[in-house]
Design a protein around this ligand. Structure first.
Ligand code: NAP
Length: 320
């Protein structure tokens, strides 16, 4: 086993890695089943909720801000004794059924680990993106939208994030132009209708952004129309990029539980191919990435953790 020397070692029943909606719900269910539960998070609890302005599709709340919902969930998740600790998990090892969760200075061990590490926004990978990141290029409307009051913005993508965040940005910007590579959106119909009816939202169809131009800030994007091959510069003050998600699954990359793109493969009970190792929420290979589905995953995994530990106890009694 690697890197155990000089690390403080902490033993528990259940380790939840990540404190987004899936992880927080898993911690709630596991601790309520009387399991000693540690939830490790390297940032602010809430996951993507923290970067979400308004939530209107989570039952129980007609409309609630992402950070407010995160606060409610966080309080619930610790209500039955789960412990939240700060930590940046580097990797997980599994030996004889025991899971070893490494952070830079600690080693957590448990029979059950629930991976709830979520995903992050994919970069566009074009010239100027890196250089102007934080200087007009952003992946978070809630974090950076305010800086574009009365300016003009480009949003790249055609999914829920691009369309929802594009509409959100119109409360600051005078005009938001959504550049999408096809002539129809992937986003949910309700979000599409809202964007189509928003006088501040415009669309450039069948087109990709090939370069982001500017010196100290964004000045223009170079756009290519994929149907006509026409290439032109389009003036803008900022670019928000929403072209999909990448799973945060590096910590399990050596365990053989992901698909080719890095999404963790589970069955309907959130079990990976390794007994006692579960995955929930956006990091999981799944059809629908939503707060509600992450919460469903988390409750399932928390319950399965209890079942798994009971089965270990029964095996021990049988063997002894
Ligand atoms: P997504 O659904 O994967 O959509 C990504 C969009 O970017 C697609 O329209 C895709 O085009 C486009 N795209 C991908 N690569 C591109 C490239 N290199 N250049 C230009 N365009 C590119 O990602 P998302 O919108 O971030 O959503 C992620 C998940 O979160 C989804 O499951 C979504 O339902 C969920 N979500 C839900 C809500 C909500 O319920 N309110 C809000 C936000 C996100 P194509 O369509 O041509 O593939």
């Amino acid at each position: 086993m690697t890197e155990t020397i000089n690390k403080e070692q902490i033993e528990t029943d259940v380790i939840v890695i990540g404190a987004g909606p899936g992880g927080m719900t898993a911690a709630l269910y596991a601790s309520r089943a009387n399991l000693k539960t540690i939830m490790i998070e390297k940032g602010v609890p809430g996951g993507e909720l923290v970067n979400t302005a308004d939530v209107e599709n989570y039952p129980g709340f007609k409309l609630i801000s992402g950070p407010d919902l995160a606060t409610h969930m966080y309080e619930s998740s610790l209500g039955f004794g789960a412990e939240h600790v700060y930590g940046d998990v580097t990797h997980i090892e599994v030996h004889d059924g025991v899971k070893y969760v490494h952070t830079s200075d600690k080693l957590y061990t448990a029979p059950v680990v629930i991976v709830a590490t979520g995903s992050h926004h994919r970069k566009l990978g074009v010239a100027g993106e890196e250089k102007l990141s934080g200087q007009g290029v952003s992946y978070c409307a809630v974090c950076d939208g305010f800086f574009f009051r009365n300016r003009e913005l480009v949003v790249v993508g055609g999914g829920d994030s691009a369309v929802e965040e594009g509409a959100y940005l119109t409360q600051f910007a005078d005009k938001v132009t959504i550049v999408h590579r096809r002539d129809e959106l992937r986003a949910q119909k309700v979000l599409q209708d809202r964007a189509f009816n928003n006088p501040k939202v415009e669309f450039i169809w069948d087109s990709v952004v090939e370069e982001i131009k500017g010196e100290a800030g964004v000045e223009a994007v170079q756009i290519r129309n994929l149907k006509t091959n026409e290439v032109y510069d389009y003036s803008t003050n900022g670019v928000f990029i929403y072209v999909g998600l990448i799973p945060n699954s590096d910590i399990v990359k050596d365990l053989g539980i992901t698909d080719d793109e890095g999404w963790i493969i589970t069955n309907d009970a959130m079990e990976t191919s390794i007994p006692g190792l579960y995955a929930v929420g956006d990091v999981r290979q799944k059809f629908l990435r939503q707060i509600a589905t992450a919460v469903g995953d988390g409750s399932h995994a928390g319950h399965m953790a209890y079942q798994y530990i009971e089965s270990l106890k029964a095996q021990a009694i049988h063997a002894g």
